[in-house]
Ligand binder design. Structure first.
Ligand SMILES: Cc1cc2nc3c(=O)[nH]c(=O)nc-3n(C[C@H](O)[C@H](O)[C@H](O)COP(=O)(O)OP(=O)(O)OC[C@H]3O[C@@H](n4cnc5c(N)ncnc54)[C@H](O)[C@@H]3O)c2cc1C
Ligand code: SF4
Length: 493
């Protein structure tokens, strides 16, 4: 429930659903200090500033827009009470909670409310908070893809259909929707370049034409395009990677969702309508819906449920600082084709799809023992859709297993065989995915065994890793593999 008055909206609360009524007065703040504090990807800084300025322009007289150094400075000039939907990070939520004359409302922009998640978690009692259970609860509660009390098609889960390797001839998904830049983008580019020249801010990654929606109208166009042309092919190959097709049939809507330009339920309803009208197969639609009311909401609620100390979890005692070539996105320094390609995507676009994040970038960091909080910071700064609430559970929990298994039932560690099966990278690589020793040993394959050897004592009690640990002990050359990987250290593979 809102309370009217002037609504302060953050740069990730840009949609109409963060206001209570058309015409409600709005406050928007553009803080330079936020950009100064961290070295963001140039295209991420561009997207956020562009979206904020577009919203200010769209609201016109309805909004007070304050470009300032700090939030405090901007707020000092505000002489009326404000309301704000609870911001999306602990730091920002703590900041607004301490302000006089600011009423903090329930957060918005997710499919399930905090009370609904809390009820579900309470009912689970001491059992694990599994995503699959939360997702099924949300499907029933929100009445998504349900035929009465039963899931559409008689099944909750189409993962078996949706985990196929890439098709031999490529996917041939229609190209995704892309925006055209305007004079606001021109101004943003000019400002960012000037601030960088003045030494006020520094960026990582390359500049390029804006590739993601910055307005509600653009976000709606991107959603309509996805549902009409790409959703039908979303499911079967969503876990596959292709060097010549970095986006495949993914929606590319995460940045628009996380800016608040789209509400997840409108995406879900649009996808379900396509299924009901026979325009998209159930396996693809279920796969997409699961990502939104399942994974996206689940990590959002876990971020708050697990508390502010969760970010510091490091149960695998990983303490390696990500090396400079990784931090600087120096794809050219890397011979391993999959990793070089992934870094190149981040450098040039500030984006890769999920499996590249999890099974190439995250997997490499996990194997090499990168410090989870350092890695979360890197992902947060380098990805256009990165925010604290989404990075912390995805990186600390899902990708680095630093919580000891709260979020993922086993570490997402895999050798070259997995990458070879799910991509077309290995054919053109200097290394061989099946080799773990010698000059052409795949760094992912050797790194996988080295990771298991280093963490054997920590993973021993996990039944989902028993077979892998048994295989580890059968390796005749384990000492050699570990010694070589130790020597390789943090140099680019
Ligand atoms: C290490 C790591 C870091 C990640 N960092 C982010 C991040 O900073 N921001 C972000 O939005 N997602 C993040 N994800 C989740 C996921 O990779 C991206 O949401 C997805 O790749 C975005 O591309 P898309 O919109 O084409 O997604 P699609 O493949 O089209 O999926 C549909 C939607 O589902 C949602 N979604 C799916 N999985 C997740 C998830 N695990 N967490 C949250 N939302 C999810 C996204 O909103 C996405 O738009 C991360 C995953 C990993 C493993
Ligand atoms: S051989 Fe190894 S390093 Fe090369 S692309 Fe395959 S998995 Fe990556």
């Amino acid at each position: 429930m809102g309370t009217g008055g002037r609504r302060w909206i953050f740069a990730d609360q840009l949609g109409e659903h963060f206001l209570d009524a058309a015409g409600q007065p709005v406050l928007l703040i553009e803080s330079r200090a936020v950009l100064r504090r961290r070295r963001f990807h140039r295209q991420k800084a561009h997207l956020v500033l562009s979206a904020l300025r577009h919203r200010a322009a769209e609201l016109g007289d309805q909004a007070v827009f304050r470009p300032c150094d700090t939030y405090g400075e901007a707020l000092a000039g505000v002489r009326e009470p404000l309301t704000v939907c609870r911001p999306t990070s602990y730091a920002a939520a703590g900041f607004v909670a301490g302000l006089p004359d600011v009423t903090v409302l329930e957060p918005r922009g997710f499919a399930s409310s905090q009370a609904e998640f809390a009820r579900w978690a309470r009912e689970r009692g001491r059992r694990r908070l599994l995503m699959e259970d939360f997702y099924r609860d949300a499907r029933r509660r929100l009445d998504v893809l349900m035929d009465g009390a039963e899931p559409a098609g008689g099944r909750w889960n189409f993962d078996t259909e949706n985990r196929q390797p890439p098709p031999p001839g490529g996917l041939e998904a229609p190209r995704p929707w892309r925006p055209a830049e305007d004079e606001i983008d021109e101004r943003v580019r000019h400002d960012l370049s000037r601030w960088e020249r003045d030494g006020d801010v520094a960026f990582v990654g390359r500049d390029a034409p804006r590739a993601f929606p910055a307005t509600r109208a653009e976000a709606l166009a991107a959603l309509a395009d996805f549902v009409a042309h790409r959703l039908p092919g979303f499911g079967p190959h969503q876990d596959a990677m292709l060097a010549g097709d970095p986006v495949m049939a993914h929606s590319l809507l995460s940045a628009a969702l996380n800016l608040g330009l789209l509400d997840p339920m409108e995406c879900v309803r649009a996808a379900e309508a396509a299924y009901r009208a026979g325009r998209a197969p159930l396996a693809s639609v279920e796969g997409y819906v699961r990502q939104l009311i399942g994974w996206r909401d689940y990590v959002w609620h876990l971020y708050w449920h697990l508390g502010p100390s969760y970010r510091a979890e490091n149960r695998l005692a990983a303490d390696v600082r990500p090396p400079e070539w990784f931090r600087e996105l120096d794809a050219g320094a890397v011979r391993a084709r999959c990793l070089s390609w992934a870094l190149e995507q981040v450098r040039d676009h500030g984006f890769t799809h999920h499996i590249v994040r999890l099974m190439v970038l995250g997997n490499y960091a996990l194997q090499r023992g990168f410090h989870p909080a350092d890695l979360a910071d890197w992902f947060h700064r380098c990805f256009v859709d990165g925010y604290d609430w989404v990075m912390i559970p995805n990186v600390v929990g899902m990708s680095q297993y630093a919580d000891g298994g709260t979020l993922a039932t086993k570490p997402y560690a895999a050798g070259g065989a997995y990458i070879n099966r799910m991509s077309d990278f290995c054919g053109g690589c200097d290394y061989r995915p099946a080799e773990r020793t010698g000059d052409t040993a795949c760094p992912f394959t050797a790194g996988y065994w080295w990771f298991l050897a280093r963490n054997e004592h920590r993973l021993k009690g996990n039944p989902r890793v028993t077979v892998q640990l048994r295989n580890l002990r059968r390796l005749p050359d384990l000492d050699e593999v570990c010694a070589r990987e130790q020597d390789r250290g943090t140099g680019p593979p």
